[in-house]
Design a protein around this ligand. Structure first.
Ligand code: PGA
Length: 302
């Protein structure tokens, strides 16, 4: 038995959609006799006419409608297949150029690791720096996408919130305030703090909080690393304010405690951010979607 070919289906789909041999021929860049020949070919195989002519118009027969239906399903399936293969090709050689702020890097690297498990061929370039530096890289179009705290309004950025980021006050377990059931803001005012460098989002949020409450912030040391702040707090050099998400191990091992301070935690959020007019590569889009779905698994609340 002779089989119908994909080409015949494609040609007939165009004829049936346009209800015209000449329009189908123009659309497919074929001559009209070539189109008629393809349709004749199907009719010969099926032994049924697919179209009938009345006056100048052509109409589909019942068999024609059946073949049109099958042609549309087949064409859609082939288009989908082509799109999916193009997507896979993109993911094969794709590259993800991402910057994340220091504080979110613990979460971001976890999500990147699972993303890489799913798409092992995507090359990932990760930059970890503070908020001001990440904003600068977005402004200079040096990165495709970023994960960071809330972005300033008025910039040409598209930011989608995906997770909470509670900031808490940390102390060594033997600190006198660690025993208090309720620590007041005035208790804090007399304590020295270890702070992140200027340009850090955590530092900015901490300063805004103290200013809003009319409190003086006494800083004992400034450093550009959350790890160094945790170690210095442990060593008794002062208190710290950090994202709860950076403290898993220290809290579990009881090296640090979270003080029960009124008005805390300071609630912030994490966003996935890119420039509004940026054309995201397949790999970047895949990462953005992946993060928005996966983030729920990493969610921790204060
Ligand atoms: P950072 O991160 O303190 O490490 O800069 C916080 C933020 O992105 O706002």
């Amino acid at each position: 038995m002779r089989r119908l070919t994909l080409r015949q289906f494609r040609v007939f789909e165009a004829v049936a959609r346009n209800l015209s041999f000449s329009k189908a021929a123009a659309e497919l860049h074929l001559s009209q006799p070539a189109v008629s020949m393809q349709v004749k070919g199907i009719e010969n195989i099926l032994g049924l006419p697919l179209t009938e002519q009345m006056g100048k118009k052509i109409y589909l027969t019942d068999a024609g409608r059946e073949v049109l239906h099958a042609s549309q399903s087949i064409t859609a399936l082939l288009d989908d297949l082509q799109a999916n293969l193009a997507q896979l090709r993109g993911m094969d050689s794709g590259r993800l150029n991402i910057a994340v702020t220091t504080t979110v890097s613990a979460i971001a690297t976890g999500i990147l690791a699972s993303f890489r498990g799913r798409y092992p061929k995507v090359a990932i370039h990760l930059d970890v720096s503070n908020r001001d530096s990440v904003l600068g890289q977005l402004a200079q179009n040096r990165i495709d996408i970023a994960i960071m705290g809330q972005v300033p309004s008025g910039l040409d950025l598209e930011a989608t919130r995906f997770m909470d980021n509670p900031l808490v006050v940390i102390a060594p377990p033997d600190h006198p305030l660690a025993r208090k059931k309720k620590v007041s803001l005035t208790d804090l005012a007399s304590e020295p703090f270890l702070v992140r460098e200027a340009g850090s989002g955590t530092r900015g949020a901490m300063e805004r909080f103290f200013a809003d409450k009319g409190l003086e912030l006494t800083t004992s040391m400034e450093m550009n690393s959350n790890e160094a702040i945790k170690q210095s707090v442990q060593a008794g050099l002062g208190l710290g304010i950090l994202s709860l998400q950076t403290l898993d191990q220290e809290l579990e091992l009881k090296r640090l405690v979270v003080l029960k301070v009124e008005s805390f935690p300071i609630m912030r959020d994490w966003y996935i951010v890119h420039r509004k007019n940026k054309r995201l590569s397949t790999a970047t889009q895949a990462f953005r979607n992946f993060l928005l779905v996966e983030a729920k698994k990493y969610l921790r609340r204060a």
